[in-house]
Design a protein around this ligand. Structure first.
Ligand code: PLP
Length: 437
């Protein structure tokens, strides 16, 4: 009877999901044909459970964000406590509260160099849009309103608000709608490409350059050697503001606190989200260097900073972020990410040794990818992902731009044995797919 009830509930939820829920970044047709792929019920550590009783490794930490792993009671407790005390308060017009003040201080302490002042948002897209508006505001105050172009890299992903969609260098996100915002441009990932663009357009028309330390959704692409040092120098020479989008890489994902730390880069602006709360509450932010912020103070005079979201500095999200960061520090998780990152690369090497369809691999900390090439017209990564599911793992395929890639970003708490388990599942899945080629 229990089983029957559960089956009934499952069918009911599928029907309701199809009727009333438009899923983000999804195929409407597939949804209508097959219903939701998963109905999750709970999670613990690197695992998610769904309503049908499947226990699955969450190999991408859901959306590269559940960094401390699922099922952390401590975060629930701190959220409940904060909601009971002060569930919401505005931070507009200089109003404030302790969780946002403490978090802003903590972010200043953790971020490199003099990145010391944060504007909070609900997520990464808003963080990037905030950065784009802020740099244009800055140049306007400096008497150079024509310095407004935003330059980003091809294959970049910066989110889906109007500005962040426009900065994103993946065509399907542009093709979804009729036109992107004006004054957004995409360049190849070489210093020469940026130089050529500046020569062509004129530095006096360019407000900022934005880049991820490691491109995430575009296929986990590591930067060419020396790239960031060179582009930062180019930006300095041309008075172009350098923005690092650390939405995925921030708070330990790459084995250092920030991706920028690998390259000794202190950007003028850093955008953060995801890992700041490990996804337990929505939160993002734009962090400004002291130099830039001091200039803004001087230039603003009596003028207003006319930009703010209702949920800028949400007290519950800030309290959750503080506890999440405390856990990362207490458990030494960044160091652990470095060690497990090496384990992951060893696993990738094994896959490459054993499979002709594995072309290459890359990784930094627990952010990695395996490049596939089976000589087929269609990419095989989606097939591998569905084989992985049968074997107990949720995988992620990246097929933009003719790529055939498997991406990995497991929770920081993953153990050596669990990395091996993940690699074994991918191995068996590749065997199954290769057999059918
Ligand atoms: N920037 C990067 C590098 C991201 O990976 C993402 C999300 O995946 C975003 C921005 C957008 O963040 P959000 O989805 O929280 O708006």
């Amino acid at each position: 009877a229990m089983m029957k009830d559960l089956q009934k509930k499952y069918e009911e939820l599928v029907d309701l999901d199809k009727a009333h829920f438009l899923h983000p970044t999804s195929s409407i047709k597939q949804h209508q044909e097959n219903g939701p792929a998963f109905i999750f019920t709970e999670g613990e550590g690197i695992y998610l459970k769904d309503i049908q009783g499947n226990k699955l490794i969450d190999s991408l930490s859901s959306l590269w964000n559940v960094n401390i792993g699922h099922g952390r009671k401590e975060l629930g407790e701190v959220a409940a406590e904060q909601m009971g005390k002060l569930g919401f308060a505005s931070t507009f017009a200089t109003w404030s509260h302790e969780p946002v003040i403490r978090l802003a201080q903590k972010v200043a302490e953790m971020t490199p160099g003099d990145l010391n002042t944060t504007f909070f948002t609900s997520g990464g897209s808003e963080a990037n849009d905030t950065a784009f508006k802020t740099v244009r505001h800055y140049w306007k105050l400096k008497g150079q309103p024509e310095k407004k172009k935003i330059v980003s890299r091809k294959k970049s992903y910066h989110g889906v608000a109007m500005g962040s969609t426009s900065a994103t260098g993946l065509k399907p996100f542009h093709d979804f709608t009729t036109s992107i915002a004006p004054d957004f441009h995409h360049v190849d990932s070489s210093a020469d490409a940026l130089r050529a663009f500046i020569d062509e357009e004129g530095a006096e028309t360019i407000a900022a350059f934005i880049t991820e330390p490691v491109q995430g959704s575009g296929g986990v692409n590591l930067p060419p050697d020396g790239y960031f040092q060179e582009v930062q120098q180019i930006c300095k020479e041309n008075n172009i503001i350098f923005i690092m989008d650390e939405v995925i890489t921030g708070f330990g994902r790459t084995g250092k606190t920030f991706g920028s730390d690998h390259f000794n880069i202190v950007p003028d602006i850093m955008c953060i989200a995801k890992g700041i709360t490990s996804g337990y509450a929505p939160l993002g932010g734009m962090v400004l260097t002291e130099r830039l912020y001091k200039e803004l103070i001087d230039l603003s005079g009596d003028g207003m900073f006319m930009h703010g979201y209702t949920y800028s500095g949400h007290p519950v999200s800030c309290a959750v972020a503080l506890k999440n960061i405390e856990i990362i520090e207490r458990e030494g998780l960044v160091e652990h990410v470095r060690e497990m990152g090496e384990e992951l690369l060893r696993g990738f090497e094994m896959l490459k040794q054993e499979h002709d369809s594995v072309k290459d691999y890359r990784g930094l900390g627990l952010l990695g990818a395996v490049g596939l090439d089976a000589g087929t017209e269609e990419p095989i990564a989606p097939k591998v992902v569905s084989e992985c599911f049968k074997r107990g793992m949720i995988g992620r395929a990246v097929v933009y731009d003719g790529q055939d890639t498997l991406a990995f970003a497991p929770p920081f708490v993953i153990t050596k044995e669990q990395v091996q388990e993940m690699i074994d599942i991918v191995h068996e899945s590749l065997v199954a797919v290769e057999k059918d080629l």
